[in-house]
Design a protein around this ligand. Structure first.
Ligand code: AMP
Length: 216
């Protein structure tokens, strides 16, 4: 099953994508994580995208399309994949359709996890990340045992540059302008579009997603 997980930044896509990937035994492909790894490793791609990401803007389509083409072409995606954070523009959606067509495959399901602007600002600006291992915490829902320290390795927790409230509002604006049209693009297609309310408890949202997927 080839799934796309869409929704505004902070709607809980990443958490839900990991859970679905685990239970369906398919790889979780997060373009945000791939880019953050490139930035941390200081690769050519990382150097190109660092500033764009810090500002909450979108990385150019051609770079993203090359990155995803290489990833979905790998062996481990044969039984399916869950794409998180891609496509974010109609051009990316069209390119994805073409690259999957070349592989004799298609997108089966688009899962839309929704949340309002105020909800995502509150959630994302409460997010903290371990400087050392990258583990993600949330001061509202997933607090570390000791204030500002990682449970795994005791390292300091920081707020990512793109998680600051003003940047989150910019990211939400970019989402409405560039990514919301992708939903219309898939509504016009043969893909199954599932609309899920992401504002509730994380476990309830997972349960709803699993139930909706099972009924297909
Ligand atoms: P995410 O973790 O998915 O919110 O992604 C973090 C940042 O990476 C975004 O704010 C963008 O700057 C960049 N990014 C991730 N995926 C894409 C994409 N498909 N197109 C353009 N930029 C992206």
């Amino acid at each position: 099953m080839n799934i796309i997980l869409m929704g505004p930044p902070g709607a809980g896509k990443g958490t839900q994508a990991k859970r679905i990937a685990q239970s369906s035994k398919i790889p979780h492909i997060s373009t945000g994580d791939m880019l953050r790894e490139a930035v941390a490793a200081g690769t050519d791609l990382g150097l190109k995208v660092r500033e764009i990401m810090e500002k909450g803007l979108l990385v150019p389509d051609d770079l993203m399309i090359d990155l995803v083409r290489e990833r979905v072409g790998r062996e481990d995606t044969k039984e399916g994949f869950i794409l998180d954070g891609f496509p974010r523009t109609v051009q990316q959606a069209k390119a994805l359709g073409n690259m999957l067509c070349d592989l004799g495959r298609k997108i089966d399901i688009v899962l839309l996890v929704n949340a309002t602007e105020d909800e995502v600002v509150e959630r994302i600006s409460s997010r903290r990340v371990c400087l050392e291992c990258g583990k993600v915490y949330n001061l509202l829902t997933l607090k570390p045992s000791v204030d500002n320290k990682c449970d795994e390795d005791g390292s300091e927790l920081i707020q990512r540059e793109d998680d600051r409230p003003e940047t989150v509002r910019d990211r939400y604006r970019v989402y409405m302008e560039k990514t919301a049209p992708v939903i219309d693009y898939y509504s016009d297609n043969e893909t199954v579009l599932l609309d899920i309310n992401g504002s509730g408890d994380i476990d309830d949202v997972t349960r709803e997603i699993m139930e909706r997927l099972e009924t297909l």
